[in-house]
Design a protein around this ligand. Sequence first.
Ligand SMILES: O=C(O)C1=C[C@@H](OP(=O)(O)O)[C@@H](O)[C@H](O)C1
Ligand SMILES: C=C(OP(=O)(O)O)C(=O)O
Length: 454
Amino acid sequence: MQPFIQPPSGDLEARSPWSVMDEAKEVLIGKSSAPIRGDIIVPGSKSLTNRALIMAALAEGTTRIEGLLRSDDSYWCIQSLKQLGIAVKVEGDTAMVEGCGSKWPHVSGEIYVGAAGTVARFLPAALAASMEGFWTLTGSKRMSERPIGPLLKALEEQGAGLTYGGAERCLPFTLQAHGLKGGNVTLPGSTSSQFISGLLLAAPYAAEPLVLHIEGEVVQREYVEMTLEMMLTFGISPEVSSDGSVIAVPKGTYRAQDIQLEPDVSTCGYFWSLAALTGGRIRTVGIHADSTRQPDIMLLGVLERMGCTVIKGNGFVEVQGPERLEGGFELSMRECSDQTLTVAALAPFASGPISLKDVAHIRHHECDRIAVICTELRKLGLTVKEAEDGLTVYPGVPAPALLDSHDDHRMAMSLSLIGMMSGDIRISNPGCVSKTCPDYFDRLIGLGLDVQMR
Ligand SMILES: O=C(O)C1=C[C@@H](OP(=O)(O)O)[C@@H](O)[C@H](O)C1
Ligand SMILES: C=C(OP(=O)(O)O)C(=O)O
């Protein structure tokens, strides 16, 4: 075990005022001696929050959003909209957004998107849809490395002028808006579903109806469905071909709404896992498992396969952990790939190896998630086999270690699960949880876990 506390690391500029633990250099989670039990209400979905904010900004009229997530990703979304001259008033988890009908009040300026993939990929088309404007988009160091090229290429073809401050077709860039032409546009589905969602969000404002042709299978297709569903809520009905590869978006204007957002199912995954690992019981309130569009609900199927009992109630989901988790199988995580790290953290405690596949794209997330989870699990003395599109984790007993979150909220939250099972595990730079769940560690304390910040 390394004796020294590491200096603070990570891209602290990307932390927002809604982050609560920037000072923490590391977290130590004590071994849990009892099954974890509790009922919790998880904050709003990041994906729903940022879609709702951007559609509300593009709409005509004032939208009321309830159940908003207050985290770095939504903070940078709101700040970006404010930079564009949109009035956004936030009280608790309610936001009032004055829409601009795609005529952004501030026609120039610099917009910082933090580390939020949803803001970096959802805003450019919404900017390009305006008839005038000249904006520079910048983001965290990692966001400047993450792919966005296919979306920017499509926007250039649609009429936007783009110049690059660093590498070609990456952040930072300056976008000159001339409106979107519409007509046929092609985007690949294999790197990120966010390119498709980003173009769809702005598509109703194109000069001609826009027809999006998707090349190849979409990683996490359900996020595209989530976008289409919210477009419908705001009054626009795209038509999808029977094989899903062509989406025709009619011209129109979003109409302001009063909407209530669901809790973040991706965040629920860590809490369900606490129950799964300890033979406990966690009920997350506010989730309708059968109707949610959040793809990480599919983690419930994985937990059942691992021997958990899952109760899908009316407005809640409850997970009860077994005596011992089952392993010895292979899973495609393509459709709920944000949970790959969660399952990798559960796997050492299962009865047999678990192989996770079809997630090559997560190498382009907050860090190279496949390489990094393998590195961190190996530091614990565990056996892991890395593949191009996933990994296999073997059962084992984790040894004490100092682990690195790699400034990735999902790494920090997943590694905390191992910490709780093993004790003597420290995680450096834990403050990155603020990307989606700023009070994550306080919530663990609330469930009776021994969590020390240093
Ligand atoms: O549209 C969204 O809200 C998201 C899409 C997914 O991204 P990719 O399709 O880029 O993997 C997911 O990983 C991310 O957390 C949220
Ligand atoms: C991939 C993620 O985020 P982003 O929206 O930045 O892509 C994530 O939250 O796991």
